[in-house]
Design a protein around this ligand. Structure first.
Ligand code: HEM
Length: 408
């Protein structure tokens, strides 16, 4: 019998590079694990993680409050209950379903094309600097109806806000100031769109109302736009570059999607299950709860491991195998209700329940459009020797640090 896993293991280099054997042992031996270094209670089994996501009354997103509220003001992500529902009801119709398809998805192709047009015609191609990095923000800016010249400015605001979220000075104060300036600058645009709405997302949010007539204030609209840039930026960039690394490091898979690009949809679902990008989410307990024979007190933090849950062998057979046709994964579009039934389960890579990712359809559209363009424009590429990506957990995400290719 090997030694029990200690908190130091979860903070070590070997775990960051390959956490899967550790999670497998935790799921079997210590399904509730006290990370004494971060003082968090880690859950790693699929059903446990799904149960936490589903019960927002017991597991609050309050931990985000300390991170986000000071920097960009209050947004839906750190609210639970009716406050959250009202805000989500105002913005969600613009970001999912028919409105997204009719007004915004067409814009994604244009943004993707513009980025590929600017790639060097010969020599090495840095796919993160050239495509995956700029893509998500440019898409958000385009659907918001912001002028393309604002691109560099939006990048600066987003980077400052992200740097501020870690809470260290002077980055924190700089991020707060950057958001305040952005908020003042976008105020005029919000006024104009409210008076004379167009098909853009700022108009949709500024004129959005719940059935009871509630609307977002100016300040909240600016906070929500910052949230979109932060929540949709790095996640999509990292998902896309890591998805491309997955394809490039598996010649059989690459050949299959090249021959049949329609396979990309299922391949992306399988990627979100096997690897994804968001490794953990934290929740604060609103009451005492018992997990695996141990009582955890109100106010303590439960950390769910999404990527461990998605590799739970009791749900997904041979979980480290990449199989875009796997019968135990729901392969199409994700859903907020998710979960498992009849031997088929949804992956948890976009979360589940109340805070389920609002950008899941947009992210998928970006990934599919950009990957189709990659296969078309760069039909024969390989990772540039000497620049092999380092795929590992950094903070709450698992992703590659670089992706430089050359034509072969
Ligand atoms: C592949 C890319 C993406 C991944 C992996 C991802 C992942 C997630 C996850 C796991 C959550 C749940 C957080 C929680 O329960 O605490 C979430 C929520 C959220 N995501 Fe995404 N996301 C992605 C892309 C996007 C995009 C493109 C946008 C918007 C443009 C976006 C906006 C949001 C927002 C606003 C929330 C909070 C929703 C709420 O609190 O109700 N995400 N995302």
């Amino acid at each position: 019998m090997s030694e029990p896993i200690t908190a130091a293991v979860l903070h070590g280099d070997a775990y960051a590079r390959d956490p899967f054997p550790v999670w497998e042992r935790l799921r079997h031996e210590q399904p509730l694990f006290h990370d004494t270094i971060d003082d968090r209670w880690l859950l790693t089994r699929y059903d446990d993680v799904a149960a936490v996501f589903r019960d927002h009354e017991t597991y609050s997103t309050r931990p985000y409050q300390r991170i986000f509220t000071d920097v960009i003001g209050p947004t839906m992500v750190q609210m639970d209950g009716p406050d959250h529902d009202v805000r989500r009801a105002i913005v969600a119709p613009a970001l999912v379903g028919r409105r997204l398809e009719e007004h915004y998805l067409g814009l994604v192709d244009g943004v993707v094309e513009g980025l590929f047009d600017r790639l060097p015609a010969a020599g090495p191609v840095d796919l993160i600097a050239g495509v995956t990095g700029p893509l998500p923000l440019r898409v958000v800016a385009t659907i918001l109806g912001l002028p393309v010249e604002e691109d560099a400015y939006l990048h600066e605001v987003t980077n400052r806000v992200i740097a501020a979220l870690a809470g260290e000075e002077p980055a924190r104060s700089e991020g707060i100031a950057a958001h305040a300036r952005f908020s003042a600058r976008i105020g005029g645009l919000i006024d104009a769109r409210e008076r004379d709405p167009g098909p853009d997302l700022v108009s949709a949010i500024a004129t959005g109302r719940t059935e009871a007539g509630e609307q977002l204030s100016r300040t909240e609209i600016a906070s929500f736009i910052s949230l979109l840039m932060v929540a949709g930026g790095e996640t999509t960039d990292r998902a896309l570059s890591t998805f491309w690394w997955t394809l490039l490091s598996d010649p059989g898979l690459l050949a299959a999607v090249r021959a049949e690009p329609a396979l990309l949809d299922a391949a992306f679902s399988e990627f979100m299950r096997r690897d994804g990008v968001v490794v953990y989410e934290d929740r604060e307990l609103t009451r005492d709860v018992e997990w695996h024979g141990r009582v955890i007190r109100a106010g303590e933090i439960v950390r769910v491991s999404i990527t461990s849950a998605n590799n739970d062998e009791s749900v997904f057979r041979d979980p480290r195998r990449f199989d875009p046709a796997r019968p135990d994964l729901r392969l199409g579009k994700e859903s907020r209700a998710g979960g498992r039934a009849d031997g088929v389960a949804g992956h948890l890579g976009f979360g589940l329940g109340k805070h389920f990712c609002i950008g899941y359809q947009l992210a998928r559209a970006e990934v599919i459009a950009a990957t189709r363009m990659l296969l078309e424009r760069l039909p024969a590429i390989a990772v540039r020797p000497g620049t092999e990506p380092d795929l590992r957990i950094r903070w709450f995400h698992r992703y590659v640090d670089r992706l430089v290719v050359e034509r072969v």
